[in-house]
Design a protein around this ligand. Structure first.
Ligand SMILES: C[S@@+](CC[C@H](N)C(=O)[O-])C[C@H]1O[C@@H](n2cnc3c(N)ncnc32)[C@H](O)[C@@H]1O
Length: 403
């Protein structure tokens, strides 16, 4: 989520091997745990990108909509097209599965109480936080991200579904995980409140007679009276998480250690954990492209060449909307440094964490995916705590650090 690339009309596409992450809300018969376990694999009925896809792309007359970094985006978002954030949530995220593992890790490594206070760093649209709040009314959540558009979208589309008290139990901050105390609180007027407000020029008059400046840029709040994380009372966190490989957004080792120190600072003195995920395997260090078909759209994961000097690659997510006959190319694009597990462990220990645990699962072999046209072998494989793990074509890991 977040960063946007320059327009790139003809990405190279000569690789059909793929590491791929996805999960789908509402899939039938998939338990919470296996839901999370499905990251970076394909399931029955899904198709890999192969020859067919290339041919389709060559011949396709459908309109392409670039939605990053250029001005030719009038058509997006449009009334008949779903938001890119919605498409992302449906194709990439698996909050129930992640929460199931978060609870399990907390009880294993801390125990003695229920974890109630979550901080989701690199939260994007904070879908995980929303699910966290929705499933237990005692819970609170804090989200932090650089992408204001994603945070605003979260407030309007995810938090409103939690129930009346949702807004009071979440604090979303716009800022950098490397300077969390400088992050600004997103203030939000729930729809119900907005309905009772009348607009007069640049002022908002509430029914109670209160007067506030109209917010620049929509729903999130004013530039004066900013509230920062540093001066906003927040509960000590039981769990901090950073999912969908977000720590790969940090490229410098010093930044990674600094970030982990910030995490440690906010974890409860009674005990807490930090959980992040990471992917790897031989297929993660080469150019890849894969697709997954959903009912109304197809999701494409594209991994650019892998630079072994800096261990960096660029990941682009595209969506192809069949009904609207539109392609949202580069809906999301990330520059990632693919950290290794021992590098992450070293940095966590340097930051002061007491212990670090690796939970891994092998993902579907991308060569196998090609042979079986995406048949979902190994879909229900659970993550297991490991001390050793032989290299595979594709694996996924939760890294759990205990404060
Ligand atoms: C891969 S997305 C992950 C979003 C979400 N956590 C998920 O599970 O799908 C990475 C997110 O990190 C955010 N991000 C990148 N660098 C950041 C930084 N230094 N501080 C805060 N957020 C950052 C981006 O805006 C983007 O929303």
């Amino acid at each position: 989520m977040g960063k946007r690339d320059k327009k790139q009309r003809h990405p190279q596409r000569n690789s059909h091997r793929a590491a791929f992450h996805y999960t789908e809300e509402g899939e039938e018969g998939v338990s919470y745990e296996s839901h999370a376990a499905s990251k970076y694999s394909l399931s029955e009925g899904e198709e890999e990108v192969g020859k067919k896809d290339e041919e389709e792309e060559e011949e396709d007359e459908e309109e392409e909509v670039e939605i990053e970094g250029n001005e030719e985006t009038d058509e997006y978002p449009s009334k008949d097209m779903p938001s890119k954030f919605l498409l992302y949530q449906q194709s990439v995220q698996s909050p129930k599965g992640d929460i199931s593992y978060l609870q399990k890790f907390f009880l294993m490594y801390v125990g003695g109480r229920q974890p109630l206070h979550l901080q989701e760093d690199f939260c994007g649209t904070a879908l995980l936080s929303a699910e966290w709040l929705r499933t237990d009314s005692r819970r609170t959540a804090i989200g932090l991200d650089l992408d204001l558009e994603a945070l605003d979208w979260c407030m309007e589309n995810n938090i409103n579904k939690i129930g009346a008290d949702g807004y009071s139990r979440i604090s979303l901050f716009h800022g950098n995980v490397l300077q969390p105390l400088e992050a600004k609180l997103i203030k939000f007027e729930p729809q119900e409140l907005l309905r009772n407000i009348s607009l007069t020029e640049n002022k908002v008059v509430t029914e109670s007679g209160g007067l506030e400046s109209v917010l620049e840029g929509g729903s999130s709040s004013s530039s004066h009276n900013e509230i920062y994380m540093r001066n906003h009372p927040l509960p000590a966190r039981d769990i901090v998480c950073a999912f969908n490989y977000s720590c790969c957004c940090l490229h410098r080792r010093a930044d990674l250690v600094l970030y982990f120190k910030h995490v440690l600072d906010v974890l409860s003195k009674k005990g807490g954990i930090f959980v992040m995920d990471l992917y790897g395997g031989t297929s993660s260090e080469c150019k890849l492209r894969l697709q997954r078909k959903f009912a109304n759209f197809t999701y494409f994961w594209e991994q650019a060449e892998f630079d072994i000097i800096e261990r960096k690659t660029r990941i682009s997510l595209h969506f192809h909307l069949q009904k609207q006959q539109k392609k949202l190319r580069h809906a999301f694009s990330y520059s990632w440094r693919l950290w290794s597990l021992p590098e992450i462990k070293d940095c966590l220990e340097e930051a002061g964490f007491q212990s670090v645990h690796f939970w891994l699962r092998e993902m579907q072999d991308t060569r196998e995916i090609r042979k079986t046209e995406g048949f979902g072998v190994g879909r229900d494989i659970k993550y297991e705590e490991v001390k050793k793990f032989q290299q595979q074509d594709a694996w996924n890991a939760y890294v759990v650090a205990v404060a």
